[in-house]
Design a protein around this ligand. Structure first.
Ligand SMILES: [Zn+2]
Length: 143
């Protein structure tokens, strides 16, 4: 897709990808199950072309409290700004070091964007929801 055109036309695109098909992500997971459902919407944000990316995924991770695998419910919303070239990207990053921006290639791969967003959204310390963790009692106990 041509992402700048996509942004200017405020286009929208939804899809899903099996997590097992994402090689970089798979290295971080405890199993091949699960998928990511995504929606990409073009927009002009503060006058700059951007892509809003919504993702919902259910990767299998290892709980760092009980050390067993569990299905993590992951939801993320990101905005990726689209620079026309390296010079523009550098200028934006100087102005705002936290900005999430890429140089828009004429053929930007949606899968790569989704996988990058997933990798950024994985928890640093994966944990069961408190009520679901078998070691919850150990953790809360010892009064
Ligand atoms: Zn646990």
């Amino acid at each position: 897709m041509d992402p700048i055109r996509f942004a200017r036309e405020a286009a929208s695109y939804a899809g899903e990808i099996a997590l097992a098909e994402m090689d970089r992500l798979r290295d971080e997971l405890a199993g091949d199950q699960g998928k990511v459902v995504y929606r990409l919407t073009g927009a002009l944000v503060g006058g700059r072309p951007a892509l809003r990316l919504l993702i919902d995924a259910n990767p299998t991770l290892i709980c760092q409290r009980c050390l067993t695998p569990y299905v993590h419910s992951l939801h993320s919303e990101g905005v990726i700004f689209l620079a026309r070239n390296d010079a523009e990207l550098e200028r934006w990053e100087r102005l705002d070091p936290l900005l999430d921006a890429i140089v828009a290639e004429e053929r930007t791969d949606v899968r790569t964007l989704v996988e990058d967003e997933l990798l950024l959204s994985l928890p640093v310390v994966p944990l069961h929801e408190e009520d679901d963790c078998p070691r919850r009692d150990d953790y809360l106990g010892e009064h």
